[in-house]
Ligand binder design. Structure first.
Ligand code: 9MR
Length: 409
């Protein structure tokens, strides 16, 4: 676990906290410069923990990505963050330190979803989301929002309350209130999440769910236009999964996503980016030429591309833990290299940072999706916050990426 003399103190958070929040926000990532002094040692050590100098400061994922003009970050659970310690200038909490050390951009894994923000139809609760924003402010992190419109993560009152008469207004009110609250403070918003679902059999590939059924396909356009009014600065993003590999169903889904993006652009909808979730599997079909071609088409629409939720499930890989770790690392390296070779890809976020806090190993998810095997190491750090093989593979992919002029902001 984290050492007493943790990185937070070394990075001078005491000074930042004393200077007040306004100064902290301006300081941004400049605070990382002091860490360059540690130098770069490209040695593949099995490290004691995540605050060892070989993986922190100039050697962190965030710093290596930034050296290429890329943003690296991860999904976080704000309830687990020791924000009080950060505010006082020091924390011993390993989870918190990992995010301080490694990331430059954060996204709430759940805290900005409907079920977290809407305890009742007539009430908003921003406490968890605000906690994350406070942490980001104190530590100079960029933040992206997830998500404004999704068929999952809805509160229990939703189906009882929303009907054809009020659906449009409820969607507008939610987006105005939520995007409005964080106006000017988010790098991007996942405005619409996972709207394509080929299994529903519609020619346009759209998922049949309450907003579609009650508002019609134009709910997507409505969501983007409302978000643009509420927060004109954020890059408004369409985010989806299952569009990464060469598998025929994923290639077909890519086509429908591209068609949707083209329709939105043709109608002048204010969309700025595509989020490719990137929940990958080490076994089975891998990403390849189809994805490369797709990226070119997306870029031609003038959209940025973000890797928004990367992790790798190693279920059904032989060779025990070592075999699974290696296979996972290979996917991290190959996938990040393929994606980052395209200049439209501006950032990479993993869905969590250490396997101790990964949805892949949440009991209900595991039993539903991967019941046959524990999928250790889906992320760049393991249960004990040591870097996994995937850490080195991902960092190597950042090093090999063509430099961007500047990071997305
Ligand atoms: O990781 C999230 C998990 O903790 C939640 O229970 C679940 C439902 O809200 O959502 C998970 O995150 C999902 C993300 O919001 C959208 N893409 C797929 C992610 C993994 O299921």
């Amino acid at each position: 676990m984290a050492t007493g003399n943790g990185a937070v103190t070394r990075r001078g958070f005491g000074k930042w906290a004393a200077a007040g929040l306004g100064t902290v926000a301006v300081a941004g990532t400049a605070g990382f410069a002091t860490f360059e002094a540690l130098g770069h040692r490209d040695k593949r050590l099995r490290l004691k923990n995540a605050s060892a100098p070989e993986v922190t400061g100039a050697n962190s994922l965030g710093a290596h990505a930034a050296a290429r003009g890329l943003l690296f970050g991860a999904a976080v659970d704000p309830e687990l963050l020791d924000i009080e310690g950060i505010a006082l200038g020091h924390t011993d909490d390993a989870y918190t330190q990992l995010f301080v050390e490694q990331t430059r951009i954060l996204v709430a894994e759940n805290a900005m979803k409907w079920f977290a923000l809407r305890p009742a139809a007539d009430r908003f609760d921003f406490s968890k989301a605000d906690r994350m924003m406070g942490f980001a402010l104190l530590t100079g992190k960029v933040v992206r929002g997830h998500n404004l419109c999704w068929h999952e993560g809805l509160p229990s009152w939703f189906t009882k309350t929303v009907n054809k008469d009020n659906a449009r207004q409820i969607l507008i009110d939610h987006i105005r209130t939520v995007a409005g609250r964080f106006r000017g403070r988010l790098q991007s918003w996942d405005v619409v999440n996972e709207a394509i679902w080929l299994e529903d059999g519609r020619p346009d590939g759209l998922r049949k769910w309450p907003w579609l059924e009650m508002i019609g396909p134009e709910y997507i356009e409505l969501a983007f236009r409302t978000a643009a009014e509420a927060d004109p600065q954020a890059k408004l993003t369409y985010n989806d999964y299952g569009i990464e590999t060469e598998a025929p169903d994923e290639a077909a889904k890519r086509e429908q996503v591209l068609a949707l993006l083209k329709r939105l652009k043709a109608n002048g909808v204010p969309i700025g980016a595509l989020g490719v979730q990137s929940h990958l599997h080490a076994a089975g079909e891998q990403p390849g030429a189809g994805l490369r071609e797709f990226l070119k088409e997306v870029a031609a629409l003038g959209l940025e591309v973000y890797i928004t939720e990367m992790d790798v499930v190693s279920a059904r890989i032989d060779g025990g833990k070592a075999g699974r770790d290696q296979a996972t690392a290979k996917v991290y390296g190959d996938y990040a290299s393929l994606m980052l070779a395209d200049p439209s890809v501006k950032m990479l976020l993993t869905w969590g940072l250490s396997s101790g806090h990964s949805w892949v190993n949440e009991p209900d998810q595991r039993m539903k999706r991967f019941p046959d095997i524990w999928s250790e190491g889906p992320l760049p750090f393991d249960d004990d916050d040591r870097p996994t093989e995937a850490f080195w593979a991902l960092r190597g992919a950042f090093d090999g990426a063509p430099p961007r002029v500047r990071a997305a902001s």
